[in-house]
Design a protein around this ligand. Structure first.
Ligand SMILES: Nc1ncnc2c1ncn2[C@@H]1O[C@H](COP(=O)(O)OP(=O)(O)OP(=O)(O)O)[C@@H](O)[C@H]1O
Ligand SMILES: [Mg+2]
Length: 510
């Protein structure tokens, strides 16, 4: 072991960043950050939302230009003037971006090879390309339909397409910016396996994630960033999770989950035998005022479709939806909002935010009626104050309420979607993975907000891939398996073991 370590310390780093500083107009996103990546090493880059992780990745691949600093690839100094994405590709650095970079209407195959088509006599040999892509997918042990437009694929499948594209050029350095944020446990294990193989081949991986358990499962070393500054680096085996959390948020984290509200009112939302073909079948459930009801299930179990169906965004063929005991027919999100529902959707970039609008407008637009005086005058000050308060509560990293959301970090964009709905006085909140991509400190702020909603008598449906989160926050949990309700747990049965069995389709009564 010592020999291996000595060998590693003598090897030339694949990548070395020294004193990287990067300024956007008015924002110093990175301030004198240094780190080193050795061959066969998986290096975690962690820090709160807006800490500068994605910005640093983009400096490494030449998408952002460092304001100051040095970059060494394979021991060679890189001339930063003119360093571009093309050059980083030539030097075998690849990235899977945090934001989707796929062309929605093009097929998986086209997306993988776009920019890398080899033509012969002006013709593209699609058969050859498909064979090449299949080989990569076999290596990943994934089976994805490459012929349909990627917009018709599941999020996890789209991620696999992005990963395949990144591997196409046989990279020496692979940057994974929150690749697992949208994946489920089984797929994450597969990613760890793939990282293991890449490491054996001497490839270096930069691994960005807010799920710290993952850092301990697959990373050898870490660097913590805070507000663009370098807080510390070291080997993962020398620290524990509590120490890492303290480095990230600057304090210890105690009392993770607020108490569950037991003071429940009448049934607010009831589903009776709800069915949507290819999505879910015969779903019946109830949610009471003050209750947080969880939805658990593996990828493809139908959770997102169910939430969207309740919100009028997915067609139902049979069954009933009752609000306060009255049957309702909701055909559009607009109708759902009018009936007192709010949603934090699964895919926030497309559904949750208007990228061209500023933070204030994104937070207050669906809520303008709340800031009207005498029914006609818009109280702009109250509007800005409310937007400020709710975003501050979630520790949003921004410099002005009037900056466009496009320039916020991924996690901070998500906080704005949540802020928007928290501000609205809804009766029913549908939260589809609200803490995805959110840093560990802000996660607990969101838990507190969910608790406050329940205390205020709201009905909440919470979808989460994290079992611990569901158990910690929900009064009851419904478990879906392949579109059917498998089980429904509360009280003493609300344990990881019971839930996992149902998630996998194993019924303990059988
Ligand atoms: N194009 C841009 N223009 C201006 N500021 C930007 C731009 N992109 C990022 N920033 C700012 O740079 C800072 C760092 O953002 P970055 O996206 O690197 O954070 P991050 O660590 O990746 O966060 P997250 O965990 O939320 O993804 C943030 O304050 C962000 O608002
Ligand atoms: Mg980021």
């Amino acid at each position: 072991m010592q020999g291996a370590q000595a060998a590693r310390s003598q090897a030339t780093p694949l990548l070395e960043v020294r004193g990287c500083t990067m300024e956007f107009p008015g924002v110093k996103a990175l301030d004198n950050v240094s780190f080193t990546l050795m061959p066969g090493e998986c290096h975690a880059l962690v820090g709160e939302n807006g800490a500068g992780k994605s910005t640093l990745s983009k400096c490494i691949i030449g998408e952002n230009r460092m304001t100051a600093g040095e970059l060494y690839i394979d021991g060679q100094s890189v001339k930063l003037q003119g360093y571009s994405i093309r050059e980083s590709q030539e030097r075998k650095i690849a990235i899977v971006h945090q934001e989707f970079q796929l062309m929605a209407d093009m097929s998986g195959l086209e997306n993988i090879f776009v920019g890398h088509y080899q033509t012969r006599g002006g013709f593209i040999n699609w058969k050859k390309l498909e064979k090449h892509a299949r080989k990569l997918l076999d290596f990943l042990q994934c089976d994805v339909d490459l012929s349909v437009p990627v917009k018709n694929l599941r999020t996890a499948e789209q991620q696999i397409i992005q990963l395949t594209k990144a591997l196409l050029n046989e990279p020496k350095v692979l940057i994974l910016d929150e690749l697992t944020a949208v994946l489920q446990e089984k797929d994450i294990q597969n990613i760890f396996r793939i990282i293991g193989i890449l490491k054996e081949r001497g490839i270096g991986v930069i691994y960005i994630s807010h799920r710290l358990d993952e850092v301990f499962s697959c990373c050898d070393s870490y660097t913590v960033l805070c507000d663009g500054r370098h807080v510390g680096s070291g080997r993962v085996c020398d620290i524990d999770k509590a120490q890492l959390i303290k480095m990230i948020i600057g304090r210890e984290l105690t009392n993770v989950y607020p108490p569950i509200n037991e003071n429940l009112g009448e049934v607010v939302l009831e589903l009776q035998h709800l069915t949507a073909p290819k999505a879910f079948t015969d779903i019946s459930l109830t949610v009471r005022a003050g209750e947080v009801v969880g939805l658990a299930g593996l990828l493809g179990a139908g959770k997102t479709e169910l939430v969207n169906a309740i919100f009028g965004n997915h067609k139902i063929v049979s069954g009933k939806v009752l609000l306060h005991g009255q049957e309702v027919h909701i055909h559009s999100p607009r109708q759902a909002i009018r009936m007192g529902m709010g949603i934090v959707p699964d895919e926030r970039r497309r559904l949750g935010l208007n990228m061209l609008f500023d933070i204030k407008d994104n937070t207050t637009l669906p809520n303008l009626d709340q800031f009207r005086r005498l029914g006609i005058f818009q109280d702009l000050e109250a509007e800005a104050r409310a937007a400020f308060d709710v975003n501050e509560k979630m520790n949003l990293k921004y410099y002005s309420l009037w900056q466009t959301v496009k320039k916020l970090s991924g996690g901070n964009q998500q906080k704005v979607v949540i802020a928007k709905w928290m501000l609205r006085d809804c009766d029913i909140f549908l939260l589809d993975e609200p803490t995805r991509g959110i840093d560990i400190g802000a996660k607990f702020e969101i838990y507190t907000l969910i608790h406050q909603l329940a205390e205020a008598g709201k009905a909440v449906i919470l979808v989460s891939p994290e079992m611990e989160e569901l158990i910690g926050l929900c009064n009851r949990i419904y478990i879906l398996f392949e579109g059917k309700l498998m089980d429904h747990v509360e009280g003493e049965r609300k344990t990881q073991e019971v839930i996992i069995n149902s998630l996998l389709g194993v019924n303990e009564h059988e």
